[in-house]
Design a protein around this ligand. Structure first.
Ligand code: NAI
Length: 546
């Protein structure tokens, strides 16, 4: 994206603008021309020197939360340096700016809050949302990530403290896919919280009231969607960490009206499907021969299930056959036809089977080849379950997708140990490599950070009017194709995060082509789509302001 440096602020105002600030790296010419002389120490530092200086304190921190605070303070001061550092150190820093540390940061949000970032729209703003949005200083917004804080990771209702999630996700849009930070807008819709501990906490920064629900809640979200689409007509709106009952409703309500998707449902589905495709390259199995047992039939679980059905049908099965391959367990047991308590999302997956509550009995009865955990319940994949699955499947696919780390259905070490090294394992939050019987296993991180930045970039580049399931299916295939034989030899079913910008670019190209083919693109794609999209990507380096 070309920047326009006309009407630059000068002096302290320039230094207080995190997008333009370079701190000690302002050149002599910039210091002379922009009224900065005397406001910064005389020695002009390079960005590399600034990185070194930042890392001295950062590396001495004793906790991840302190490192998170260092990083967000840097983001508030100097975005170029912040993105330069996290882009270069994405493997180490993604777990800080995103899961798992962001979960803790949200839980402590009221204590660690330094400076506002993004927009808070509260129930008090009802009737005036357009006016409030007009306070945002930037107009060319391309990606909005919005949460109402009701289901933050697997941590539940954190109210306005959930703002850490949109901030973190948008930081990944920039770091992983080069969407310019000025084009990103984090939004928290604060309708209150039912989390009593927060309501009792005088330092809680959100509305001290119980959640607004029903028509008033829907009207507020609707007002936001309408006002945002009006104020930022080119923006993609990503719904994030809404509670299950609202997430599906809003997806269905808005997906054919505006450019929107729900990452918990669709992004997770895409990354999980990519993981299955890669895992099958290790086991040599075919997708259509798999029997998948999902623990968790919520946003993430049924989202994966629906995309899996699409993928299975693309592999030659009928819809009925595809659904027969996907079995679900929720908090009440196996999802079967005789149950009368099933929600709309679960019903298409209800199977003709006797009700079962004991997970081990399910494994023996169904003989799954893959266990997909999206239950938010740690310890769900017990030793007995993993042993039984391995006995039946030989090389089981085991995905513990629940976030943060504390909620994973099992750890990487458990999956490898209990399967005798046979499991092909991935988790939502990162686990370190595991040594077992002299062999090193590298667990994959089945986190949608592999998917949404690239999908967003593809949408932005093509100007797609809508976001479709085909885009997520295509993204999954593309991601799986990028896994090398060397990755697979280590048991790694996703590319290294070090390549995330290339991965996002490849996904963006594929998604932009889907948009064009589907007649949804509003931008004309040139012959060299990849080159053109690469040109759009923000590189976090200083550019001369004079
Ligand atoms: P949700 O609340 O929509 O669904 C949770 C589901 O788990 C419900 O169906 C519930 O009945 C079921 N459940 C509860 N206890 C269970 C048990 N003991 N056994 C089997 N099922 C049980 O929540 P959502 O949005 O689906 O998220 C679930 C988890 O997945 C969270 O921890 C979340 O952080 C994680 N997630 C991970 C992502 C990733 O990229 N890896 C993306 C999205 C969500």
């Amino acid at each position: 994206m070309k920047r326009n440096f006309k009407n630059l602020p000068t002096g302290l105002r320039l230094m207080q603008d995190p997008t333009l600030n370079k701190g000690t790296a302002f050149s002599d010419a910039e210091r002379d021309a922009l009224g900065l002389r005397g406001l910064v120490p005389p020695h002009v530092q390079s960005i590399d020197d600034q990185v070194k200086r930042f890392l001295i304190t950062y590396q001495k921190r004793s906790t991840d939360l302190e490192r998170y605070i260092d990083l967000s303070s840097l983001q508030d001061r100097n975005e170029t340096l912040y993105y330069h550092i996290i882009t270069k150190n994405i493997v180490e820093m993604m777990p800080l700016i995103y899961t798992p540390t962001v979960g803790l940061a949200c839980q402590r949000f009221g204590q660690i809050f330094r400076r506002s970032h993004g927009m808070y729209l509260s129930a008090k703003d009802r009737g005036h949302i357009a006016k409030v949005l007009s306070n945002w200083p930037r107009k060319d917004i391309r990606v909005i990530v919005v949460t109402d804080g009701e289901r933050i990771l697997g941590l539940g209702d954190l109210g306005a403290n959930g703002m850490g999630i949109p901030i973190g996700k948008l930081a990944l849009y920039t770091a992983c896919a080069g969407i310019h930070p000025t084009q990103c807008l984090p939004v928290a819709i604060d309708v209150g919280t039912n989390n009593q501990a927060l309501l009792d906490d005088p330092l809680y920064l959100g509305l001290h009231q119980r959640r607004v629900t029903g028509e008033a809640y829907d009207a507020l979200v609707d007002e936001f969607v309408t006002a945002a689409a009006e104020a930022f007509p080119k923006a993609l709106i990503q719904f994030e960490d809404f509670a299950n009952h609202n997430a599906f409703r809003f997806l269905h309500k808005y997906r054919n009206r505006i450019c929107t998707f729900n990452d918990d449902i669709q992004g997770t589905a895409s990354v999980a499907l990519a993981g299955i495709y890669s895992a099958l390259r290790i086991t040599g199995g075919r997708l259509r021969d798999q029997r998948l047992l999902f623990f968790g039939a919520g946003e993430a679980g049924t989202g994966v299930g629906e995309l899996m059905v699409t993928a299975l049908m693309a592999d030659g099965l009928t819809e009925a056959e595809a659904r027969k391959a996907c079995w679900f367990v929720d908090s009440k047991g196996l999802v079967v036809k005789s149950r009368t308590d099933l929600t709309e999302q679960k019903r298409p997956f209800a199977q003709d089977h006797e009700p079962l509550k004991d997970p081990l009995a399910m494994i023996e009865a169904l003989k799954p080849t893959a266990l997909i955990g999206a239950s938010g319940q740690p310890g769900t994949f017990t030793q007995a379950i993993i042993e039984a699955t391995t006995r039946n499947a030989g090389r089981p696919i085991i995905f513990a997708l629940s976030n943060p780390t504390s909620k994973a259905e099992c750890t990487a070490a458990q999956a490898y140990a209990w399967s005798g090294g046979e499991a092909i394992f991935a988790s939502g939050s990162p686990f370190a490599p595991v040594e077992l019987n002299g062999k090193r296993f590298v667990p994959g991180q089945g986190n949608n950070a592999y998917i949404f930045p690239g999908v967003g970039l593809g949408i932005l580049a093509s100007g797609s009017r809508l976001v479709t399931d085909e885009m997520f299916l295509t993204a999954a295939r593309r991601l799986a194709e990028l896994v090398t034989e060397t990755d697979l030899a280590k048991g790694r079913i996703y590319p290294s995060l070090k390549q995330i910008r290339d991965v996002s670019l490849s996904i963006a190209v594929a998604v932009a082509r889907v948009a064009e083919r589907s007649g949804l693109a509003t931008e004309t794609l040139p012959d060299d789509v990849r080159g053109a999209i690469k040109q759009l990507m923000y590189e976090p380096n200083y550019v001369s302001l004079v």
